[in-house]
Design a protein around this ligand. Sequence first.
Ligand code: CMP
Length: 144
Amino acid sequence: MKQRTFTMLKPDAVKRRLTGEILARFEKRGLKIVAAKTLMISDDLAKTHYGEHSDKPFFGDLISYITSGPVFAMVLEGDDVISMVRKMVGATNPKEAAVGTIRGDYAIDTGRNIVHASDSEESAEREINLFFDESEFCDYELPD
Ligand code: CMP
């Protein structure tokens, strides 16, 4: 089933200049980038995006970290892309993430786990709408 998912490279990924390497993984897998941008997340946007974690002990650290530098936000499109990207990203705790996944290859700390990816169709829709306007999407065909 054709789907869209929201994926965001966090400030540690951007500052470590891993953006190109990680994007290449998604492109080589055959996923289509239909929207993308670098931005600084506002405090309000961070709190809305991570609202489900607002009562967690790490919430304050999560918000100050995600607003501490630029993120690279994108919308990826492809067949069953939501679960595929989650598999490519790996477990939330990078120490538990399989080697070969993005977190398993580039991260060691849960609070600095390189990348965020939507975990369901509902969160994908919510997160895409939070970060992107309709005018920011590109409609194009990939070659066979
Ligand atoms: P992400 O997939 O972006 O979604 C929620 C984020 O909260 C998660 O990645 C982690 O970066 C962060 N997080 C989850 N659990 C913890 C934890 N125990 N300590 C610190 N940060 C956490």
